[in-house]
Design a protein around this ligand. Sequence first.
Ligand SMILES: Nc1ncnc2c1ncn2[C@@H]1O[C@H](COP(=O)(O)OP(=O)(O)OP(=O)(O)O)[C@@H](O)[C@H]1O
Length: 336
Amino acid sequence: MTSYPGAALEAQALTKQFGTVRAVSDLSFVVPRGTVTGFLGPNGSGKTTTLRMLLGLVAPTSGVGLVNGAPFRTAIHPARTVGAVLDSLSLHPKRTAAHHLKIYTAAIGVPDSRALDVLHLVGLGDAADRAAGGFSLGMRQRLTLATALLGDPEILVLDEPANGLDPEGIAWLRDFLKAFAASGRTVLVSSHILREIEQTVDNLVIVSAGALVYQGSIAQLRSTRPSRVLVAASDPAALALALASSGFNDSQLLPDGRIGVAGPDAATIARIAADAQVTIFGTTGEHVDLEQVFLSMTAGQYTAAPVQQNPYGGPPQGYGPPPGYGAPQHWNGGPR
Ligand SMILES: Nc1ncnc2c1ncn2[C@@H]1O[C@H](COP(=O)(O)OP(=O)(O)OP(=O)(O)O)[C@@H](O)[C@H]1O
């Protein structure tokens, strides 16, 4: 059980079998200290089960979950180590926000005054004495987060905290989690929508059907997607041939009649087109839509893709064709 240096949380070959359902399959990843790491996967891909195994709430079929290099059950000050929100808090409608929190303060050994502190932290200071029955969904989410903060934890583990939040609530959560990590602490936040957490997280762990398909930074994920130039040309086939004879073989005919060219920049394409007497009507740089990348990675066929060995970096593997273009025709050898 050697732990990765600098890891706040670590999954080592975690597997969980519920009867015939393999919820999590040989899953290993690292959450580096001081980061906000997104734990991303479609519904039912094993995120909640994994978080529960990391926190010792579900026994793994095999493998281990580590918090600061040791099983969480061995933590001397659990509430100071991890604050977790894995389920929505069941709120008594007549109980005030402060009252809800004071139920937990005694249990984790912090003074009652801490309840007001965390309500201020999550922006509910003014609502401390209001009954939770009148709270909006966003206020309920904040109150739930407040419970996780009671012990002033080093690590926050949040399961789908953005669920049901409006854009303003998501923006608030983003700023809050970034500030939390900026103080050297660590956040692991799950979601099934990349866009929801894209601007919040430094690192991503992506799972599909319980298995790892990517871990690394968002920047790496974006950069490994080859950027293309989309070209509208008078004779796309002639341009593709001219590009191929200049050594640029990766051209695809798109459904809208343009061709997507990976490799050369727009100026090089224009020069090759001019030499081949092909007129170019326009070129556009392709925008990499990470949500589409995520959806293509978790579409099922990627579950068995090889995964990089270095948990802190390196390119993801097992990519398929660029999403959003149907089944493009390849000029250099037909459909892939
Ligand atoms: N206690 C359990 N008993 C049987 N099957 C379970 C149990 N908990 C989870 N599962 C199954 O394990 C799989 C993974 O579920 P899990 O809740 O971990 O995924 P998830 O990614 O968190 O999904 P969601 O985003 O929908 O919450 C699902 O097929 C689920 O039905």
